[in-house]
Design a protein around this ligand. Structure first.
Ligand code: APR
Length: 247
């Protein structure tokens, strides 16, 4: 990270009226939430791709629920960090700001973010695995009362209210995220930029004429594509940029 890079992004944000921010696990890292890839990304010997699929859940729902129960327990002890707080402030500071998150921890909700699209769902919401027709429900109990939990309507198996590999993103969120690619500045923050369709939004924004910037600890496949790639921890970069904005 250099002062010139931070000033350039602040300058672009100062002139922007429509800002879109895509976030990933790196935004919650300083809160103590484990990321999916990189060091500390494995649970037991499993990768997210081994567990977060309908096939893995069909095969062994107890194993998959144990992973989610472990993540719920970790995340219940975590608090929003300065990266979430800056994003929450920015979410109401521009004429239009949309925050698209892949995170299922709800720390953006805790920080009070407006106009938030949770494109991968929430760890705190459950739904019926058999799709009996019951609406999804919120369950913040830690530990879960039963493992695996069951559907209160039909008594069958419940599933986490998150989007798994091979599943579609929720329609309303996907449409709204696609519309938010029409913006002046598109920021991608703390994501490895490998999981689609979310990873495609920054390319779409650039195609539509946005100034695109990435804030991430490491190089990603998006780094070479964006107009500006700044490397560093999100909880330090975002407050630093926020200080450079004209009030
Ligand atoms: N600040 C900024 N970036 C960070 C920080 C930090 N403090 N810590 C880690 N990172 C970066 C890592 O370098 C990595 O590039 O955040 C990125 C996190 O990448 P992933 O773990 O792959 O998380 P994410 O991109 O959100 O994953 C996308 O994959 O498993 C699925 O559904 C899951 O939503 C998730 C999706």
């Amino acid at each position: 990270m250099s002062d010139e890079q931070l000033d350039l992004l602040a300058h672009r944000l100062n002139r922007a009226t429509r800002v879109t921010i895509l976030t990933g696990a790196g935004v919650s890292a300083a809160s103590g939430v484990p990321t999916f890839r990189g060091s500390g990304g494995l649970w037991r010997q499993f990768r997210a791709e081994d567990l977060a699929t309908p096939a893995a859940f069909s095969r062994d729902p107890v194993l998959v629920w144990e992973w989610y129960a472990w993540r719920r327990e970790r995340i219940a002890a975590c608090k929003a960090n300065p990266a979430h707080e800056v994003i929450a402030r920015w979410s109401t500071a521009f004429d239009r700001c949309t925050v698209i998150t892949q995170n299922v921890d709800d720390l953006h909700v805790q920080a009070g973010t407006a106009n938030l699209l949770r494109v991968h769902g929430s760890l705190w919401e459950l739904s019926c695995w058999r799709v009996c027709g019951a609406p999804s429900w919120r369950d913040e109990s830690v530990p879960l009362r039963t493992l695996p939990p069951s559907c209160p309507a039909c008594g069958g198996l419940a599933r986490p209210g998150v989007v798994w590999f091979g599943e579609s993103l929720p329609h309303r969120e996907l449409e709204a995220a696609a519309a938010a690619c029409d913006c002046d500045v598109f920021l991608t923050v703390g994501t490895s930029a490998v999981v689609y369709p979310a990873a495609g939004f920054v390319h779409e924004a650039k195609r539509r004429g946005a100034f695109t910037a990435e804030l991430n600890l490491e190089l990603t496949p998006a780094s070479a594509e964006v107009d500006l790639a700044i490397h560093g921890p999100a909880d330090q970069l975002l407050p630093n940029i926020a200080q450079r904005l004209t009030p």
